[in-house]
Design a protein around this ligand. Structure first.
Ligand SMILES: O=C(O)CCC(=O)C(=O)O
Length: 271
């Protein structure tokens, strides 16, 4: 799709062990330095399809709606990194933007993804692709190193309007010495485990901050459809030997999600 970085590679054994111990890997090259305009254009072309009344952060399922987004998620380099963690057979089940415009005040509270997701076993890997350079000034995602090994933390509901998610872990449960900022150049990715504590502060800089998340899981993972009836998968690599979940159609054009959960069939008329 876009020009691939000359530095792409497979994960080293050291990195795989780091992922097991720390719950994340960061700074992995995917797209080359000169794709910044392409990544910006991708953001503009997809996000501008949304009506101004809809918050981009409250839409999901872009991989089921948009062929452009789907193809981005099929970048072989990205799938190679994920395969190095999940093995040969895995599907994609989620795809969304995490946007913070300069000074928009939005905050992603500390949380563990697995707390939100009715998936078992909890084995999803999230790819966070930086569309723009992302650092502490423009509110890069932060993680609590190793927290995925500490079980489920207590989450409470917080409906504050600036929070992108409504379940949060209180600050007193966070070990501050283990907080790491996942600073990325545009075109790089991080990978994180679904048990890892993470979140991000407000963007007080003058620079946009936006990442695309892609959620992948081994084909053995099964969703509880009584909680998430819209859950559907798209095989990303290998074979779906379990056939545990409904299958999403592959987009044939450019559809646009308007809320968090939608069936792939809802986009068919938009293609
Ligand atoms: O982009 C962020 O700040 C948070 C992303 C996130 O919560 C996730 O990828 O699960």
């Amino acid at each position: 799709m876009f020009k691939i970085s000359e530095n792409v590679r497979r994960l080293t054994n050291k990195e795989k062990i780091q992922y097991e111990n720390d719950g994340y890997i960061t700074g992995l090259p995917v797209f080359s330095d000169d794709t910044q305009d392409d990544l910006n254009n991708l953001f503009i072309s997809l996000s501008s399809r949304l009506d101004a009344s809809i918050d981009l952060n409250q839409t999901n399922m872009w991989h089921k709606a948009s062929l452009t987004f789907y193809n981005l998620c099929r970048t072989p380099t990205i799938l190679d990194y994920v395969e190095d963690l999940l093995g040969p057979n895995f599907f994609q089940w989620g795809g969304q933007f995490f946007l913070k415009e300069p000074k928009d005040g939005s905050v992603v509270p500390w949380h563990q993804d697995a707390q939100y997701w009715p998936l078992s076993p909890a084995k999803s890997v999230t790819v966070w692709l930086a569309l723009y350079d992302t650092d502490e000034q423009n509110a890069a995602m932060k993680v609590v190193k190793g927290s995925h090994n500490d079980g489920m933390f207590k989450h409470h509901t917080n409906k504050a309007s600036n929070l992108v998610l409504d379940q949060e872990v209180s600050n007193d449960q966070i070990n501050k010495e283990d907080i790491i900022s996942l600073n990325l150049k545009a075109g790089e990715i991080s990978l994180h485990d679904d048990g890892l504590l993470h979140g991000s502060e407000a963007n007080n800089s003058d620079r946009r901050r936006c990442g695309i998340t892609m959620r992948f899981a081994p084909v053995s993972v099964k969703a509880d459809l009584s909680i998430w009836p819209h859950f559907e998968t798209q095989l990303a690599r290998g074979i779906d030997i379990y056939k545990n979940n409904p299958i999403a159609e592959i987009p044939r054009g450019e559809g646009t999600p308007v809320k968090k959960f939608q069936y792939s069939k809802e986009f068919v008329n938009q293609w």
